[in-house]
Design a protein around this ligand. Structure first.
Ligand code: G1P
Ligand code: ZN
Length: 544
């Protein structure tokens, strides 16, 4: 194999965010841009000669050319084996599973998750380590540092690989295996859930369902598992064909973007259960007939009922949630007397806790839930979890949610996103918030007295690493919280996220509209951060 060293010039913007490096496709198409970042990753890692690298992506525009580039670079840098999903496709959780199952050294996942795709939209790449999870901050920092000084990359002169043909190619010391992207993952799901019960419940018509793959990666997974294996009717999976531009939509599973699903679930004669997943298959949105389950509630409900699922009958070791996720799961943990960890936003912070066996389930308010079965959040796993619960409890989604609230109380929750805010304004807002942290505690606003105001910092209980500046928290005496943070995944300007929550113990008040119930907190949030005043915005772009 002829290996060439190509001279390159560093780019100064290759700092990975919450979940890998995400930029516009056009940015990635600049000469050497992708190559620099991949080489920076390889240069920062040790000991992979002869080892296995897993490779796949969500199928968005630029996925295939990027995979061919990476194959040649991985070959030149000395990997011994590449495992690649057919067509260059692997959902993020499936990639995580394959890394673990085949003891790979690591994996490269090509995705910008829920961001739109196409020539003028977004692309992304992230490195996952041998536990199957996203590289920790010390690694992503090293990638960035290396990218700032990189002056060459290595590539091998080999023909493009036929990504569509399953099988193994041997090129000198390198073996390249194209695998079916679904098979291993489907087997894993079968080992976790009660597929017989699901088959019965779906086959008998007790559970009717609708799954929106949003023209993204989960189409083939959902068709195989929900339709072929569990017997759902073919029209139960909509937008099932992965498209490079996701049909021009945001493949983001929320009520705003999964519109068709939302219309059906809130229309006449909806199915019992409805769900959607995102670009790369790690997110999930759960709905039932005329009900939307917030991701924070979903996590809490899953934790409270996990013992009903075959893989978790022994109970949970512990749970974790990202800091802005509501405290609903904390109440479940307290009731079951298991630990509950609060981590910064981003799945990478759950990895150590999962590896150390401290937690079994974890989740984020951003439509992410997962367990120790992989080291990524997992959209279809969450869907199957809910289906298994409905089948086992023989209750509707609404009944499951209401029963949960009755027992634990309701954490009324919502998130407001202001997207594409000018960077200077966004930084000004954060600075303005920081300046109030010392004076806010003790002040009373209507029924809300500030108990604490701080900037979240996390010390990893396993490796002691510290992550600071992880969002501004304002907590009130009555348990309510307002949290502000800037997104680390956007590609245009800055996105300010405002997270609002209020606890309601009184069951007669559980049936409230979240925006109404949170109106006072929403006003307070504006009073503290002045986003409307400073930017002239009148309302958030997305409310979830
Ligand atoms: C967002 C979510 C975060 C999630 C990440 C990757 O990051 O808020 O919970 O882990 O996407 O899916 P953010 O844009 O807020 O940095
Ligand atoms: Zn995703």
């Amino acid at each position: 194999m002829h290996i060439e060293t190509i001279t390159t010039h560093p780019y100064n913007d290759q700092n990975p965010g919450t979940s890998g490096l995400r930029k516009k496709v056009k940015v990635f198409q600049q000469p050497g841009y992708l190559e620099n970042f991949v080489q920076a990753i390889f240069d920062s890692l040790d000991g992979f000669t002869g080892k296995t690298l897993v490779l796949g992506g969500d199928g968005r525009y630029f996925n295939r050319p990027a995979i061919q580039i990476i194959i040649k670079m991985a070959a030149a840098n000395g990997f011994g084996e590449l495992i690649i999903g057919q067509g260059g496709l692997l959902s993020t959780p499936a990639a995580s599973h394959i890394i673990r199952k085949y003891n790979a050294f690591g994996g490269l996942i090509l995705s910008a998750s829920h961001n739109p795709g196409g020539p003028d939209e977004d692309f992304g790449i992230k490195y996952n380590v041998s536990n199957g999870g996203p590289a920790p901050e010390k690694d992503t920092n090293a990638f960035y540092q290396r990218s700032l000084v990189i002056d060459s990359y290595k590539t091998a002169h080999i023909e493009d690989i036929d990504l569509d043909r399953i099988g193994t190619h041997q090129i000198d010391n390198l073996s390249i295996t194209i695998v079916d992207p679904v098979t291993d993952y489907a087997e894993l799901m079968q080992s976790i859930f009660d597929f017989n019960l699901l088959k019965q419940s779906i086959g008998s018509g007790y559970i009717t369902l609708l799954f929106d793959a949003m023209h993204a990666i989960t189409g083939p997974y959902a068709k195989r598992i929900l339709v072929d294996m569990l017997g759902a009717t073919p029209d139960s999976v909509i937008n099932a064909e992965p498209l490079e531009d996701f049909g021009g939509h945001h493949p983001d599973p929320n009520l705003a973007h999964a519109q068709e699903l939302a219309e059906r679930m809130f229309g006449s004669a909806p199915p019992v259960f409805g769900a959607a997943s995102d670009g790369d298959g790690d997110r999930n949105m759960i709905t039932g007939s005329h009900i939307f389950v917030t991701p924070s509630d979903s996590l809490a409900i899953m934790a409270a009922n996990a013992h009903l699922i075959p893989a978790y009958t022994q109970g949970l070791r512990g749970v974790a949630r990202s800091m802005p996720t509501s405290q609903a799961v904390d109440r479940v943990a307290a009731c079951y007397n298991i630990p509950c960890y609060e981590t910064p936003t981003g799945w990478k912070f759950f990895g150590n806790l999962l590896d150390a066996g401290k937690i079994t389930l974890c989740g984020e308010e951003s439509f992410g839930t997962g367990s120790d079965h992989v080291r990524e959040k997992d959209g279809l796993w969450a869907v199957l979890f809910w289906l298994n619960l409905i089948a086992k409890k023989r209750q509707s989604v609404a009944d499951i949610v209401n029963e949960h609230w009755q027992k634990f109380g309701r954490d009324i929750y919502c998130r407001h996103d202001y997207e594409a805010v000018e960077m200077d304004s966004a930084n000004g807002i954060v600075e303005h918030l920081r300046n109030q942290l010392l004076t806010l505690p003790g002040q009373t606003f209507g029924e809300y007295t500030v108990k604490y105001a701080d900037e979240f910092s996390y010390e990893d209980p396993i490796d002691g690493s510290i992550s600071s500046n992880q969002g501004i928290r304002i907590g009130f005496e009555n348990g309510s919280r307002i949290i502000f943070r800037l997104s680390g995944t956007g590609t245009v300007g800055a996105t300010l996220r405002i997270y609002l929550e209020r606890f309601e113990a009184d069951a007669s008040k559980h049936d409230q509209d979240a925006q109404m119930a949170l109106a006072e907190l929403i006003n307070l949030a504006e009073q503290f951060c002045e986003i409307k005043k400073r930017t002239g915005r009148t309302e958030p772009n997305v409310v979830t």
